[in-house]
Design a protein around this ligand. Structure first.
Ligand SMILES: Cc1cc2nc3c(=O)[nH]c(=O)nc-3n(C[C@H](O)[C@H](O)[C@H](O)COP(=O)(O)OP(=O)(O)OC[C@H]3O[C@@H](n4cnc5c(N)ncnc54)[C@H](O)[C@@H]3O)c2cc1C
Ligand code: FES
Length: 510
């Protein structure tokens, strides 16, 4: 399904109405100011409100319309990155703590769902990881041993319960899934019930720690807070440090209508490059109720391969070969995940900042649990309690292992290569070559222009230089946005900023 603007929409966004909220209209004082109303921000706000803290959350869009509205919501301790890789990067103790924290996060979601009687279709399910044909079967065996060393009970089975031959698979019991926006909606209502406030269409334009910390917003109003949490998926208050340690990737999802109970309710992942992730969900949209087979994958670095809707085509092909039962495509959407160089989130005090400014970022495709870990860990830090995961997720941690150092250099070299784009001639010679609903970078003298033609034929021109650190943005045809390949800032067709780290719009063309 696509929105009026042509952007992709997930079944979650299409099937839930969020509580009515307004922009911030006056200066406000609070215990904790939180930027970002996705799972990270709202879990943190909810847990702090439960501890009696006064919380104020702002979001520049609506509740849940960031990446949380685009997730596939596998809630897992079977992480996207293998435990044998985590062991190499963080040692055996680190891998154990990672396993423990993600397991605790699943339990925390379940505890909240039960405590608040949230109707969000939360259910425990088994997850299965398998090696695709042509892969190295030893990978599954290696992961089996590493996962057990990390303290997770897994089983080796001859085959996953899927309608196609998976070969040997690793079974992860006690994983979970839910409707992420029904969960978020309930968190928002509980935050307000406990005296907290949520303001939408309110962008943080400047964030300063200190006593008190201050969040200045686009409407000219200020939030003064004893502590500030920046939960904007990628931090908008950090200019360089964290952004040089993580890379934005785009990932794609297709949801097919299937007959009720025709596919087992499991989570399924392969070990392919790029990999695939599968689940089912019954979605109620108005009076219509249907079962969806939700298949994701085809990840690539943001802004580096605009193939239009080709990734959807590949996902559809992959699915139809394996699930002949898959019916009509009901939804197609894409989103962005942040891949930290050493595979774990950055959660804690913001590096080189006042000590009352905290960040949650680096979801690594496991944002349901990373966001929940963020809520637990930051709540402990603000409440002055020790938390055993603090060092593991510390945003200022160094990239210790040779492997992660190599990756750090490679990712940053790749980002640096993007600067060479300044020299390019532009993708088109003139705006006449741009069709309605498309955009392209063109060179005019020394300037690179991001030019997009809207569906009515009007051309919008902005500088193609990302105001964050000066990379050249790229057109994303699926979302009709300008995406920055360096650190993931995104802008709408007219150049208005949608996602940080950039805080400003693409500059006007003089
Ligand atoms: C297609 C896809 C599939 C995924 N599948 C899974 C999965 O199966 N399991 C899993 O665990 N994870 C998955 N993820 C990852 C997961 O969805 C994200 O990691 C998670 O939703 C991030 O939550 P968040 O709260 O940190 O960020 P978001 O949900 O993006 O929320 C951040 C909010 O901050 C707001 N914001 C940004 N800048 C500002 C500003 N300056 N001022 C005010 N507000 C601002 C944004 O509007 C946004 O609402 C998937 C992601 C995608 C895209
Ligand atoms: S997001 Fe950093 S340069 Fe664009």
């Amino acid at each position: 399904m696509e929105s009026d603007s042509g952007k992709s929409v997930s079944p979650w966004l299409a099937s839930v109405e969020m509580p009515q909220t307004k922009p911030l209209e006056k200066n406000i004082e609070t215990d904790v100011g939180i930027v970002g109303a996705g799972i990270s921000g709202l879990t943190t706000a909810y847990l702090l409100a439960r501890e009696g803290k006064k919380v104020v959350v702002i979001d520049d869009g609506a509740i849940g319309d960031g990446e949380t509205g685009r997730t596939t919501a596998h809630i897992v301790n079977a992480l996207d990155d293998r435990y044998y890789v985590l062991e190499r990067m963080h040692g055996q103790k680190g891998a154990r703590l990672a396993a423990e924290s993600h397991t605790e996060a699943i339990n925390k979601v379940e505890e909240i769902v039960r405590a608040e009687k949230i109707d969000c279709e939360f259910e425990r399910v088994d997850g299965y990881l398998f090696e695709p044909p042509g892969g190295d079967p030893k990978n599954i065996e290696r992961e089996y041993h590493a996962t057990r060393r990390a303290g997770i009970f897994v089983e080796l089975v001859d085959k996953a319960p899927a309608p196609f031959e998976t070969g040997r698979a690793l079974k992860f019991p006690e994983q979970a899934q839910f409707h992420p926006l029904k969960y978020l909606r309930a968190l928002a209502l509980q935050i307000e019930k406990r005296g907290g406030a949520i303001f939408t269409k309110t962008r943080a334009e400047n964030i300063e720690g200190g006593e008190p910390g201050k969040i200045s917003t686009n409407g000219g109003k200020t939030i003064s807070a004893k502590a500030i949490v920046v939960a904007t998926n990628t931090p908008v208050n950090d200019r360089v440090i964290i952004h040089s340690k993580q890379t934005p990737y785009r990932t794609y999802v297709v949801a097919f209508a299937i007959p009720e109970n025709s596919v087992p309710t499991i989570l399924l992942w392969d070990n392919d490059m790029p990999y695939h992730y599968v689940r089912t969900q019954v979605v109620r949209n108005g009076s219509r109720e249907e079962t969806l087979l939700i298949v994701g994958g085809e990840d690539h670095k943001t802004g580096q391969h605009d193939e239009g809707s080709a990734p959807f085509g590949r996902l559809e092909h992959w699915t139809r070969e394996r699930y002949p039962i898959a019916g009509e495509v009901r939804y197609r959407w894409s989103g962005q995940v942040m891949e930290p160089v050493d595979k774990l989130g950055y959660i804690g005090r913001n590096p080189m900042d006042e000590k009352n400014v905290y960040v949650i970022t680096g979801d690594s495709g496991n944002g349901m649990t990373h966001g929940t870990i963020g809520g637990i860990l930051i709540t402990d830090l603000i409440m002055g309690r020790q938390n055993p995961w603090e060092t593991l997720y510390d945003p200022k941690r160094k990239t210790h292992s040779i492997k992660s150092l190599k990756e750090y250099v490679r990712e940053n070299a790749d980002v640096a290569a993007q600067y060479a784009d300044f020299l390019m001639r532009g993708e088109v010679a003139s705006v006449d070559e741009i069709k309605p609903g498309f955009g392209a970078v063109l060179r005019r003298g020394t300037h690179l222009i991001a030019a997009a033609r809207d569906e009515k034929g009007k051309v919008h021109e902005r500088s193609a230089i990302c105001p964050h650190l000066g990379c050249v943005v790229r057109w994303n045809h699926v979302e009709k946005t300008w995406d920055c390949p360096c650190h993931g800032s995104r802008y709408d067709l007219t150049g208005k900023v949608l996602n940080g780290p950039s805080l400003g719009d693409l500059a006007e063309v003089k």
